[in-house]
Structures are given as structure tokens and as C-alpha cells.
Write a new protein. Structure first.
Length: 271
């Protein structure tokens, strides 16, 4: 007798609505998706027709809910009359303040001191709460990191570095961490790019960073919170050290150029 294989029902992003107050139920579902970091800012929503089909509601009820979401500033009009998730987190720091941080290494180090606690906490929670999907997301990013490292592609390595830490925070399933990390995205990205730009041994450092990311991923996927937390702290400690080395290299180069100019300007042969 052949055993009949049952097909798994795919999980839909939006769930059908069964509620007397249909618009309120739609709004609540959107708010939950946004809070949980599932619908991220800038995400384009399906057409009104497709949304109504997924939610199994009438289009007038859907429009009523979308109006409420727009009034609350959670969605906005996108290109071609579409709707999208509004910019909610914004940057924790203005572009001018980010650039100010980048010009003052001590400010960047203060930020990394804060991130050490944040990343450690996120990794600990991720080791306790990560789902199969979270673990798959982390390992997929690590695979891409390995390829980028082999190709010495610093730009892709930088973007994947940010993606990895965002994925760890997502795996923590802590709503506040998810949105706080998103608000610091630009500072983290520019800080990493600056770090790699001025490191004299950038390839060696990139290899160590990859190993550290692999260690964090391994501990999270193994469900070891203490080890995951320690791996995250070790990683940020190394980033702080490499940032200091990068700044020292920049200062040495600046002083060497000044010495060269001084030798040319004040050489006895020029008198």
C-alpha cells in the first residue's frame, strides 16, 4: 500500500481575517508585522486586489484599514500609486553627526563600547530564541561572506557584515533591538567602510572578522547563549582594536608626509 504524502500548507505573510471589526483586525495585523520587523520600512505592499485576496476581505474594508494606517504614519504612498511601509526608525544620528563621529575616533570608540553590550545581548537572545529560518538566514550570510573574502571584495564584505548583525538581531526576536539596530545602520556601515579603508593589513583583518562571524553563527545555531555572547564581545573588542590601528596608520602616514615636506623645505641645499 502506497502511503499518501501530505503536502505542507505554505505560510502566508498575511493571514485571512475572521473578525467582526474587520478594518481594526487588518490594522492590528499590519502593526504586528511592522513591530516584529517582518514588514520593514520601504517594503512595497501587494496591490489592493492581491491584499484583499490574501486577507480574504472586501476591498472597501481593506481601504478603510489602509486609511487608518496612513493616518497613523505607518504606510505611505509609493511609486506608481502603490503603498509601502513608511520610514519609521530614521537614523538615530543625523548625517552631519555621523560624519562628525567619523572625524573623531574617540566618538566611534564610544559607539563601539555601546555596541559591545548590544551585540552581546542580541547574540545571547538569538542563541535562546532562533528558529530554523533564523539559523538558515545566518548560515546563508556566512556562506556569502566566505565567497566575498575569497574574492577580496571589501565592499560586499562590508555590506554582508551589516546584514549579519541585523540577522542576529532579528534572531533575538526582541522588537526594540530590531528597530534600534536599524536606526544605527548608516553609522555602522560608514564606520566599517572607514575601518577597512585605512587598515594596512586589511586582508588579514578581514579573514579574522570572517572567523569571528563564523564563531558567533556557530554558537547561536548550537543554542549556546553564554558562548554566543562571549563570541560577540570578542568580535567587537577586535573591531575596536582594528579601528584604533587604522587611526594610528592614518596618523603615521600624515606625520610621514609632513616630515617629508619639512625635509624638502628646510634642507641645507635649499638655503
Amino acid at each position: 500500500m502506497v502511503k499518501k504524502i501530505q503536502k505542507k500548507t505554505p505560510i502566508a505573510l498575511f493571514e485571512s481575517i475572521h473578525n467582526e471589526s474587520i478594518p481594526e483586525a487588518i490594522v492590528w495585523q499590519f502593526e504586528e508585522l511592522i513591530l516584529n520587523g517582518i514588514l520593514k520600512e520601504g517594503a512595497r505592499l501587494p496591490s489592493e486586489r492581491h491584499l484583499a485576496e490574501q486577507l480574504q476581505v472586501s476591498r472597501p474594508k481593506l481601504r478603510e484599514a489602509l486609511t487608518v494606517l496612513k493616518e497613523r504614519g505607518l504606510i505611505c504612498s509609493g511609486p506608481s500609486e502603490s503603498a509601502e511601509i513608511a520610514r519609521l526608525t530614521k537614523n538615530a544620528l543625523s548625517p552631519a553627526l555621523i560624519d562628525l563621529y567619523l572625524r573623531h575616533p574617540k566618538a566611534i570608540d564610544d559607539h563601539l563600547e555601546y555596541r559591545r553590550v548590544q551585540e552581546s545581548f542580541a547574540a545571547r537572545l538569538a542563541a535562546l530564541r532562533a528558529t530554523d529560518e533564523d539559523r538558515q538566514a545566518l548560515t546563508s550570510i556566512i556562506d556569502e561572506m566566505v565567497k566575498a573574502n575569497e574574492n577580496n571584495d571589501s565592499d560586499i564584505e562590508t555590506e554582508l557584515d551589516i546584514c549579519f548583525h541585523l540577522a542576529v538581531v532579528d534572531a533575538s526576536h526582541n522588537r526594540h533591538l530590531i528597530h534600534t539596530m536599524a536606526s544605527l545602520y548608516e553609522l555602522n556601515r560608514k564606520g566599517l567602510a572607514l575601518n577597512r579603508k585605512y587598515l594596512s593589513n586589511v586582508h588579514e583583518v578581514a579573514k579574522k572578522l570572517l572567523q569571528q562571524h563564523q564563531a558567533i553563527c556557530t554558537e547561536i545555531c548550537a543554542g549556546r547563549p553564554e558562548e554566543a555572547s562571549a563570541a560577540a564581545e570578542t568580535h567587537i573588542d577586535f573591531v575596536r582594536w582594528s579601528m584604533k590601528e587604522a587611526q594610528d596608520n592614518l596618523e603615521r602616514s600624515h606625520n610621514a608626509k609632513k616630515r617629508s615636506m619639512a625635509r624638502q623645505s628646510f634642507s641645507p641645499h635649499n638655503k
